[in-house]
Design a binder for this molecule. Structure first.
Ligand code: CP3
Length: 355
């Protein structure tokens, strides 16, 4: 008897979609659904002291993971953690400065790699796996628990720049000037990310998402080497050990390279950013290939009729394929909860709309 399969016995609409089928109502969850736009998050964050203290406190992190599920009835619960936990668990210093985002002490050359090691990975990330176990134990059975990591290129670009921002110049200069040295960083990150994702699966994650937030703005051969190839290796290795686990890729900014990303990485579904043309995506992707995403987070800040029109446009565009409703990028802190409630109300109703 296969205990792994039987543990997913109650129908989870997200898993139905990810297996290539269409449930009556498209399931939904939101990127950054746990976060500062929610007062209950801000309270918990204040109680924890800092963002990292919150991530490494399983009981609180599990509660934060479930806050949007309880409030909005989302079909997915995304683990409360961060893509930068992997570099932190490899030994890089990490701090989330108020109003500034993440700050790391930069790794810019091959000799810096000696500062990183896999030895403490599971010890440092252990509380994150414990969060997964606690969420799994407390979660409604129809909800899917989404584990995640960053894409290797995206995480590497933070490690090299030492900070956030929409400029990958430091990582590009290393990757283009010394592909072999940069390849060593990617290889270490790959080993760490595979191990980190597999521990999340062992702890109870139902789905994995790979956030490659900075996949855009690369020349095509570099997109091949830095996004497609590392993602393909990651997916292959995770699936070797956990063949049942569906993996959603999020190659933000991939544009016309979307089709190649899907064909060559082996992901089971793709999350579409706000700028993606939906007609193009629908024409490019294989029949029945599941999609997710694309509502502009700023639409939810604005709310009102345009937000609802956009919601309907997205759902209608993907009417003929399995689809998970989501944003094109995460909620911003200014998002009014009332607008999320209005959106969610419409999404719950959508099942009544004739096909
Ligand atoms: O609901 C969820 O999605 C919660 C889990 C989650 C967080 N970060 C929590 C978080 C996830 C999936 C992420 C992914 C993440 N983190 C990405 C990929 C998606 C994307 O947004 O592009 C990236 C690039 C990061 C790196 C990161 N973490 C940045 C740039 C920042 C600062 C910007 C900001 O919004 O503050 C963070 C911090 C962070 N990660 C917060 C949260 C809730 C805010 C921290 C706080 O409470 O002050």
């Amino acid at each position: 008897m296969n205990t792994v399969m039987s543990s997913t016995a109650p129908e989870k609409p997200m898993l139905t979609v990810l297996s290539g089928k269409k449930p009556k109502r498209p399931p939904f969850w939101f990127m950054r659904q746990a976060g500062r736009y929610l007062s209950e998050y801000r309270e918990m964050r204040a109680r924890a002291g800092s963002f990292l203290d919150l991530v490494y406190a399983p009981e609180m992190a599990a509660e934060v993971t479930l806050q949007p599920v309880k409030r909005f009835g989302t079909d997915g619960a995304i683990l409360f953690s961060d893509i930068l936990i992997v570099p932190h668990a490899l030994g890089q210093t990490l701090d989330f400065k108020h109003g500034e985002g993440p700050v790391l002490d930069p790794i810019t050359k091959t000799s810096d790699l000696s500062r990183l090691s896999l030895d403490q990975l599971h010890k440092i990330a252990g509380p994150v796996y414990e969060t997964v176990r606690q969420v799994k134990a407390d979660m409604p059975p129809h909800v899917a628990l989404i584990g995640f990591s960053g894409g290797l290129w995206t995480v590497a670009s933070y490690m090299v720049a030492g900070r956030g921002g929409d400029d990958q110049r430091a990582a590009k200069r290393w990757a283009y000037g010394d592909p072999e040295g940069f390849g060593q960083l990617l290889a270490l990150l790959e080993d760490a990310t595979v191990a980190y994702l597999l521990e999340q699966v062992k702890a109870g994650a139902d789905v994995l998402q790979i956030f490659d937030s900075w996949a855009g703005n690369l020349p095509e051969p570099m997109f091949t080497d830095l996004v497609i190839a590392p993602t393909s290796r990651l997916v292959t290795r995770v699936k070797e050990a956990a063949p049942h686990i569906p993996i959603i890729g999020f190659p933000r900014g991939a544009g016309p390279l979307l089709g190649r990303y899907v064909a060559e990485t082996g992901v089971d579904a793709v999350s579409l950013d706000t700028g993606m043309c939906l007609t193009y995506a629908d024409e490019t992707l294989p029949r029945n290939f599941p999609t997710q995403g694309n509502l502009d987070p700023q639409m939810v800040v604005a709310g009102g009729p345009m937000m609802e029109r956009e919601m309907a446009r997205i759902l209608t565009s993907f009417h003929s394929r399995p689809h998970i409703f989501n944003l094109g990028h995460g909620f911003v802190p200014e998002t009014p909860v009332a607008h999320v409630e209005a959106l969610v109300g419409r999404l719950h109703d959508w099942q009544d709309t004739p096909a």
